[in-house]
Design a protein around this ligand. Sequence first.
Ligand code: GLV
Ligand code: GLV
Length: 328
Amino acid sequence: NKWNVYVTNEIPKPALDMLAEHCDLEVNRLGKPLPKSTLLEKVQGRDAVLCLLTDQIDNEVFKAASQAKIFANYAVGYNNIDIPAATERGIMISNTPGVLTDTTAELAWALLFSVARRVAESDKYTRMGKYEGWGPMLFLGQDVMNKTVGIIGPGRIGLSFAKRAKAFDMKILYTGRAPNPQFEKETGGQYVSLNQLLQDSDYVSIHTPLLPETFHLIGEKEFKQMKKTAILINTSRGPVVDELALVKALQTGEIWGAGLDVYEWEPKLAEGLSELNNVTLCPHIASATIETRTKMGTIAASNILTAMKGELPPNCLNPEVFKSKFDK
Ligand code: GLV
Ligand code: GLV
């Protein structure tokens, strides 16, 4: 039997085509996230919902979606979803891991180079007509090669980022919940404490999910431990960094610069952040390539279509829901 599926925002067409072929489909075409009240109305009577990281999917939403079997999140991160509440109500949740790993790592590198070599800053300068000829002291940045890079979170994205560091002959340090032998084998990275990593790294890149224990992982105390020449890159989730403390650290020269794709209160920026020259700021685009956004869509869609067939979706985050139904 045909499922009734709701998609909370427009995503690449191949994914919508996949769903439309097998389901009754409605898509939010407003081009922006739905207000909560509309979302609560729209999920009613749906068998499945394809949602985004800008949708707060909580118990209230699950209650409204009383017929839903699955919410497929169009993201690898799922801090926007209350998974225990979904499990309680017997709703499966899926994400889109794997396909955006290298794409996200590439943006982290783009940010790192932009800050180290002052690319965004000198682009503005050049456009403004300020360039009056080659200058020996014009926009002096920092070398990347042969420096020490510290990776917080040696998961898939952290590993992909680290592999690329090898090409620049960098020394690789990493920290996380536990040493990761595969990471060490593939990158030669050395496991250290967070303190050690902050003290020794020229570049620090964050690749951890947002969890209670990673909230404000980097704050005032941590900035003080970092080198004055250090650059912080964050392509994970904004609240992992205390953004007000970051602005202060950048203003006072506690660290040298930062490249950010995510913000503590996004889409809002912390006061003072956008006035700084030593930052490159992107609007949460780490997975935003044509190839990857298409794959994320088809993965989310196939999780829904697999659930429709009565099978366990490949990227189900709470498979115990499926098992308990299956066992009955
Ligand atoms: C993007 O931030 C994602 O989690 O996919
Ligand atoms: C995400 O895909 C990660 O595990 O880093």
